[in-house]
Every structure is written in C-alpha cells, then in structure tokens.
Design a binder for this molecule. Structure first.
Ligand code: HEC
Ligand code: HEC
Length: 268
C-alpha cells in the first residue's frame, strides 16, 4: 500500500475517477436538450400521457387502450430507452399511440425518450430525490425537475404536424366537416350546430380562446380519432380513414383554430 508504485496507481485511479465524474456531469448537465425535451413532450405527448406523465389527461377517458402511466412500477421495469424510442418512432399498432417517425427527427425522438426517462420513469413517486440508482446523476435529476416546471406554462406549438406523416387536405376536410361534424359543432365551428341543443356536454366550440390555445393538429387528430367517452363525440377511427381524419383536422385547424382573415370572413 505504501510502496511508491501503489501510491502512483492510487493517484492515477483518483484522477481517472475525477475525470469520469467530470465527463458524466458535463454529459448530464441540464443543457438545451432538457428543455427541448419538455417542449416536445408538451406539444406531442401530454395530450394523452398528461403533463405529469401519469396518463391522466383529457384524452384518457376516451381511449380504448389507456395511455401508459410512465410513473408506474411496471413502466419502470418494462420501458427501456430502446423500447421508448421504438414506440415513439413506430407507434403501437391498434392503439391511439401513433408513430412520429415522419414528424420528428431521430435526434428529437432521442431527446424525447430521455425526457420521458429522466422526468417520469426514473423519478420515485413521492420521494424527494428522483431515483439516482438508474445511473442518473444528481445534476441530471435536477435537470429533470427544471424540465418539468418548464413543461407546464409552455405554449402549445401550433406548427406541430399531423402524426404518421399524414398531410391533411383542408378542402376535402371541409366537405367532410360539413357532412359529419357541423351538425354538432356548427358550420362556423362555434359549437352551435342543430344537434347541439339536445346534447350534454355541449360540442366543443372551436373558436373560443381556450380552444384556440390548445388544439394544434396533434390534439385535433387525437380527438377526432378517439372521440370522447361519455359524450356524443364519436371515435371517428371506426368509420373514417386516417387520411379523412387528417383532412378534417387540417380543416378545423385552419378554419377555426388559426383562421386566416379570408377564412374568418368566409365563415361569417
Ligand atoms: C393520442 C394519444 C397518444 C399520444 C398523442 C401519445 N401517446 Fe404514447 N401511448 C398512447 C397509448 C394509448 C399507449 C398504450 C399503447 C399500448 O398499450 O400498447 C401509449 C404508449 C406509449 C409508450 C409505451 C410503449 C410500450 O412499448 O409499451 C410510450 C413510451 C409512449 N406512449 C410515449 C409517447 C410519447 C413520447 C409521445 C409523444 C411523442 C406519445 N406517447 C404520444 C397514447 C398516446
Ligand atoms: C353527435 C355530435 C358530434 C359530432 C357529429 C361530432 N362531435 Fe366533436 N364533440 C362533440 C361533443 C359533445 C364534444 C365535447 C366532449 C366533451 O367536452 O367531453 C366534442 C368534442 C370535440 C373535440 C374536442 C375534444 C376535446 O378533447 O375536448 C374535437 C376536436 C371535435 N369534437 C372534433 C369533431 C370533428 C372534427 C367532427 C367530425 C368529424 C366531430 N367532432 C363530430 C360532439 C360531436
């Protein structure tokens, strides 16, 4: 132990360990990726998985297969980074979980997977400190908390595209809307269609500020596809093709949510 060689070896080991710690700290620092993950999650995922990752969102009650609760013990055991990346890229067949490969870059999918892991999955519920056992350093854990607070007040990204690489045609969507949606939601999107009077809860008013702040293409497509249980809002995936749902989502988005002056004038 006291031989010079042992001392040199120990010193070398110490230096190596210090270097490792430094590198780990740098890699795990809550850099721009942490907040980017929070923003992406907010825009593409929270509509179903909830802001807290526990699947408690508006959509939950209406999904035949409920979204994953990322904070559950099962998720902690089953959801590896690889599996999360696969799920985000390709979706889960037969469920509301669609693939985002065509909308999100590989890098963004990775950032999202890390966000889900650090913020929800490897955070012990109720525990003060997120589980450091999963190889996440304290620095990273702190980054997770920061990302969480950032995710709540972030505005919904109104430029986010439709899932599965779908491109909506607002013209075809308009025809579909008038034939299938206007009876409840109204030709003007104000929720006052002829059937609305008989319905409770009332059909969504798309032109009120709360709707305009929330329904980007992602949320519209999810709502159209899955419907709302315990309300008269049908799940259109049983009767409409993904393209038709994309078309009508695009129409609602452009005409009522972010109307151009021309579109607004036409609706009046
Ligand atoms: C329209 C609702 C909806 C949206 C939006 C959505 N998910 Fe999901 N997600 C689901 C449902 C439903 C499941 C459960 C599927 C199943 O049980 O196989 C799920 C499952 C998952 C799983 C677990 C997959 C597995 O292998 O078990 C992960 C991870 C996931 N979602 C991540 C995300 C991320 C990240 C986003 C944002 C890019 C996202 N989801 C957007 C509904 C959604
Ligand atoms: C039979 C009446 C009816 C028809 C037809 C109908 N909806 Fe709805 N829709 C509703 C009701 C009621 C709600 C509100 C449900 C709630 O607040 O829980 C709703 C809610 C919505 C929402 C918001 C969901 C949310 O998360 O709050 C969207 C988006 C929507 N509808 C789009 C459409 C589109 C697009 C069509 C046509 C393809 C359509 N709806 C057809 C009754 C209808």
């Amino acid at each position: 132990m006291t031989s010079p060689i042992a001392r040199v070896l120990r010193l070398a080991a110490c230096l190596f360990a210090a270097l490792l710690t430094l590198c780990a700290a740098r890699a795990a620092a809550p850099g721009p990726n942490a907040s980017r993950g929070a923003v992406l999650y907010h825009n593409y995922c929270s509509v179903c998985h909830g802001d807290k990752g526990d699947g408690r969102s508006r959509a939950t009650g209406s999904l035949s297969t409920p979204p994953r609760d990322f904070t559950s013990e099962a998720s902690r055991q089953e959801l590896s980074r690889e599996r999360i990346v696969l799920a985000i890229a390709h979706g889960r067949p037969g469920t509301a979980m669609v693939g985002w490969k065509t909308q999100l870059s590989e890098a963004d999918i990775g950032v999202l997977a890390d966000h889900v892991l650090a913020t929800f999955i490897h955070r012990a519920p109720g525990a003060g400190a997120p589980a450091a056992t999963a190889g996440i350093s304290g620095t990273r854990a702190h980054g997770g908390r920061e990302a969480d607070t950032a995710s709540t007040p972030v505005q919904v990204d109104m430029t986010a595209g439709l899932p599965n690489g779908l491109k909506g045609d607002p013209k075809r969507g308009g025809a579909f809307y008038l034939a299938n949606c206007a009876t409840c939601h109204g030709a003007r999107g104000d929720g006052a269609g002829p059937r609305a009077y008989f319905i409770n809860p009332k059909p969504r008013n798309f032109i009120e500020p709360a709707s305009r702040a929330r329904f980007n293409r992602v949320a519209l497509y999810a709502a159209v596809s899955e419907g709302r249980l315990a309300s008269e809002m049908p799940a259109w995936k049983h009767v409409a093709t993904p393209q038709q749902m994309a078309d009508v989502s695009e129409y609602v988005f452009r005409t009522f949510i972010v109307p151009t002056p021309a579109a607004t004038a036409a609706a009046k």
